[in-house]
Design a protein around this ligand. Structure first.
Ligand code: MN
Ligand code: MN
Length: 470
């Protein structure tokens, strides 16, 4: 029944906050998002931080980025990047305003939970060949049994050379897996709590079963696997001592749903944010504030190490970049704002009990802004200030971008963190902005294409280039 709005209805519109599903307010948005997601699925085929860096650098070069030159005073519109050990990246577009006015910083991480190989991984047991693994990041171990896995990484050699390994996810390639116990003999296993039923030392990767043809040698299957690796990659077993190899899910990203509105795939935490961040950075031609986009490593294990956000690399880079302008990093940081771009948990109808619906993120409501993360009474979090949240509102609402707020879950249900805490120690206002995800940290995560596209637009608006076209 259409008609004049009542006084209460008008008042409701004026003063009440009502989060909306984007599909109801802007139905045509899906078609734009479908196109955008095609490039994303390609990006998502890169499953480790090294692969993402290797994939991204040629894109940067094609878009006018050159390697950072120490001591150079860059002009507005100049673009450059810093490659930190092939595992982390900083990308910059110089703005027209003085750097002392502050930077617009976007940080996402490019590492994802996986099974890292142990330093001495290869062994044989009951005539089967395996690699021992040590899981990286927060996984539910059971999810890694009985799924196809691919091997990726690098073997560094004593002579300074290195061998890149990527096998198991292209058509025709062999895959690998961790075997699981048959239900018929799982009586005891099934009685255990999930946290005890699957052990880290069971996460061994099956890589061969056929013996080397020589009755005089021991461990024939192991020798056969190693001889094949030696043939293919030119390595010997001792070379594993200086390698970073891992197993990641072999399946490639795909559209999900009859309406193709979602993407399913491994590593969307945090490639979904990294891709949006990259597209906004590249598309930004003449920003007023200098944009700084960071791809960080090691977020999933606490951001330690020289390529993680606890490393001095970010601060040191800023000092180097700012020096020719006569600006001090500490003054510039105080005037800067950072969007820490990481995923959040979308409410899942299968597990509603851990979510608080009016303060958690929902699929297809646009990017989720999290004032804080952490756990147990806001421990271990950057808690964005009211002023920073007001800034976010003015940027996103000003650009007409639907968005939502979201905590991770119910107050005492658990918790989690992002690099926001590591970034804000530099005395920079920081806020978490990301994409809601279903099945986060699983081998097959799900995101909405519209949320991905809207995060890109949100970052473009934040960078001051709302019209940015990737
Ligand atoms: Mn993350
Ligand atoms: Mn994560």
């Amino acid at each position: 029944m259409a008609g004049k709005k009542s006084k209460g209805e008008k008042l409701q519109e004026e003063i009440m906050y009502r989060p909306k599903a984007v599909g109801e307010t802007d139905h045509g948005l899906l078609s734009k998002s479908l196109d955008f997601a095609e490039g994303y699925k390609d990006f998502l085929g890169n499953k480790t931080e090294r692969e993402i860096v290797d994939y991204t650098i040629p894109i940067l070069k094609k878009n006018g980025y050159a390697e950072f030159a120490l001591g150079k005073k860059y002009a507005p519109g100049d673009k450059f990047y810093v490659n930190n050990r092939g595992k982390a990246l900083i990308m910059v577009t110089v703005g027209s305003k003085p750097v002392s006015d502050g930077l617009r910083v976007g940080v996402s991480h490019i590492d994802s939970p996986r099974l890292d190989f142990k330093p001495n991984p290869l062994f044989e047991s009951f005539d089967l060949g395996y690699f021992k693994t040590h899981y990286y990041g927060g996984i539910k171990k059971y999810q890694w049994f009985a799924i196809p896995l691919s091997i990726r990484g690098v073997v560094a050699l004593k002579d300074g050379g290195s061998v890149t390994v990527r096998i198991g996810d292209r058509p025709g390639e062999p895959t690998f897996c961790v075997t699981d116990l048959l239900p018929h003999l799982a009586m005891n296993q099934m009685k255990k709590p999930v946290s005890e039923a699957f052990e880290g030392e069971q996460l061994n990767l099956l890589v061969g079963s056929w013996p080397y043809d020589d009755e005089k040698v021991q461990s024939k299957v192991k020798l056969n696997v190693m001889s094949l690796l030696s043939e293919k990659y030119g390595i010997v077993e001792e070379d594993f001592l200086s390698a970073e190899l891992c197993a990641v899910p072999a399946f490639m990203p795909s559209d999900l749903g009859f309406d193709r509105s979602m993407v399913a795939g491994y590593g969307q935490d945090d490639s979904v944010c990294a891709y949006a961040n990259l597209m906004a950075e590249i598309g930004c031609k003449n920003p007023s504030y200098t944009t700084v986009t960071v791809f960080a490593d090691k977020e999933e294990t606490g951001s330690d190490g020289p390529t993680g956000m606890r490393s001095a690399f970010f601060r040191d880079f800023l000092k180097d970049f700012l020096q020719p302008y006569g600006a001090e990093a500490r003054h510039v940081l105080r005037n800067s704002i950072c969007f820490s771009c990481d995923v959040n948990a979308a409410i899942d109808p299968a597990f509603p009990e851990v979510f608080e619906p009016s303060n958690c993120s929902h699929m297809n409501r646009g990017p989720v802004v999290s004032k804080y993360t952490g756990s147990r009474g806001k421990y271990s979090t950057n808690d964005a200030s009211a002023e920073t949240m007001a800034f976010v509102r003015s940027i996103l609402d000003g650009a007409g971008i639907p968005w939502q707020v979201g905590e991770l879950g119910k107050v005492d249900a658990g918790g989690g963190g992002t690099v926001a805490a590591e970034i804000s120690v530099h005395n920079m206002d920081t806020v978490d902005v990301g994409v809601p995800v279903l099945s986060m940290h699983s081998p097959y995560e799900v995101v909405s294409k519209v949320d991905l596209y809207l995060l890109y637009r949100a970052l473009a608006a934040f960078y001051g280039c709302p019209e940015a076209k990737p």
